[in-house]
Design a binder for this molecule. Structure first.
Ligand SMILES: *[C@@H]1O[C@H](CO)[C@@H](O)[C@H](O)[C@H]1NC(C)=O
Length: 425
């Protein structure tokens, strides 16, 4: 038997036991990733980004693989990863690995983590950060992978920061929870920090020394639930009264001694506009040109679409009008926008009773918004139900008044007759 065949048959004998002891289901547990490295330039070569395909093979604590690794091509790096956090899943659709450099944190809320200044020797070995997400359900994780045992290709998750969604929408003025969870094994020391990054501008929103329950920095509107933080590792940021300024990317950073992991959530703040169609009421003479104006106030974000429609009295559906125009947008102080849209209409007898709509489509309102006015063309008499009701009511009131007056008159005459009668006696 050649050595290769010997090794293969040995593997075939061992593998079924490995499968049984770890995962009775025995399904393939692996994830494809890319190792992204920044290669410094030399005299002969420019700086470059090197991408290497990686296959992550899930293992148990002893480094035993649950199923035989998918034999990848020789260029693929095979890493065996033990994940006690349970956050790594073969369902992730994107996965990227970068080198992680364990180091002390010089921030105020990071110093106490490593105050003894004694670092474990394992820190000198290879560490990675793995960032993965699932485009279908929005889940995302960042994991720090450290050495597992003595083998160079075996790793264990040391820290995990995860989030149930990487895009979050919030309504202006409402309160909001930005989801972020952490797993840090038995490590008691940690700090949490939330940063905000918007178009070229970053700021700290919240920071604590979590293990000492000490808040170091805090926006008045931002806080963390400390009991949830300790009990469930829930580092979600609670924001009261969301402002447009909160929009952007929020970074949830978790620090444990010498390691850190970060998850980002993109926050979109929406504001539902107020829509009014003018003039109100809508009256015109035949042949007169009227400009309908639709005011759309205080919305966010800016992307919006406005349409004018008309529904004639005998039609069941409104139809789209062409030839609208739109004002430039106004940027309000609270960060919201306002615009006006215009539509010219020439009144004619046929248009009497036509209903004009201004319809707005915006991300803040899934069903859309609209405002409408009914055109009344002067000199066209086509009595509507309201007109008939109005005439009927008028007649009724007139009848009531007249009969009251008549009664009054009759009783007066009777009284007069009585008085005259008394006088004559
Ligand atoms: C904090 O989290 C706990 C769960 O750990 C929950 O029961 C409690 O209602 C939360 N408090 C607030 C103010 O949200």
């Amino acid at each position: 038997m050649s050595p290769t065949i010997y090794r293969m048959s040995l593997a075939l004998i061992i593998l079924p036991f490995g499968m049984m002891s770890v995962s009775p289901a025995g399904d393939s547990q692996s994830l494809s990733c890319w190792l992204v490295e920044d290669i410094a330039g030399t005299e002969s070569k420019p700086r470059a980004i090197l991408q290497t395909p990686v296959l992550i093979q899930f293992t148990d604590a002893a480094g035993l693989t649950q199923s035989s690794p998918v034999t990848a091509d020789p260029d693929t790096l095979l890493l065996h990863v033990f994940d006690p956090s349970g956050k790594l899943s073969p369902e992730f659709t994107t996965c990227e690995i970068t080198h992680h450099l364990p180091q002390e944190v010089s921030l105020t809320w990071g110093r106490s983590l490593t105050e003894e200044k004694i670092s474990p020797p394992a820190l000198a070995r290879t560490w990675y950060t793995l960032a993965a997400s699932n485009s279908k359900d929005g889940r995302a994780v960042s994991l720090v992978l450290g050495p597992l045992g003595d083998r160079k290709d075996h790793f264990s998750v040391s820290l995990a920061v995860y989030s149930s969604s990487f895009v979050q929408r919030a309504r202006l003025g409402k309160s909001l929870t930005l989801p972020c969870g952490m797993w840090k094994g038995h490590q008691p020391r940690f700090s949490v920090e939330w940063r905000h990054r918007a178009l070229g501008d970053g700021s700290l929103r919240y920071a604590n020394e979590g293990w000492k329950d000490k808040v170091e920095e805090q926006d008045p509107q931002c806080h963390l639930n400390f009991s949830a933080l300790h009990d469930e590792g829930d580092a979600s940021l609670l924001i009261e009264n969301v402002e447009i300024a909160h929009q952007g990317t929020l970074l949830c950073n978790v620090y444990v001694p010498y390691l850190r992991a970060q998850r980002e959530i993109h926050l979109v703040v929406t504001a539902k506009p107020q829509v009014t169609l003018q003039p109100s009421p809508l009256f015109a003479r035949p042949g007169e040109e009227v400009t309908l104006s639709c005011d759309i106030l205080r919305f966010h974000p800016l992307d919006i679409s406005v349409d004018f429609l008309v529904q004639l009295p005998e039609e069941s559906h409104p139809t789209l009008l062409t030839g609208k125009s739109q004002s430039a947008h106004i940027h309000n102080q609270d960060g919201t926008y306002s615009i006006s849209a215009f539509q010219r209409v020439i009144a004619s007898n046929d248009l009497n009773g036509a209903r004009y709509f201004c319809r707005v489509t915006h991300v803040s309102t899934p069903r859309g918004l609209s405002s409408s006015q009914t055109l009344r063309v002067a000199g066209v008499s086509r009595p509507s139900i309201e007109d008939i009701m109005y005439l009927f009511l008028t007649a009724l009131i007139l009848y009531g008044t007249l009969s009251f007056l008549r009664q009054k008159a009759t009783s007066l005459t009777a009284q007069d007759l009585k008085v005259q009668k008394n006088k004559s006696e």
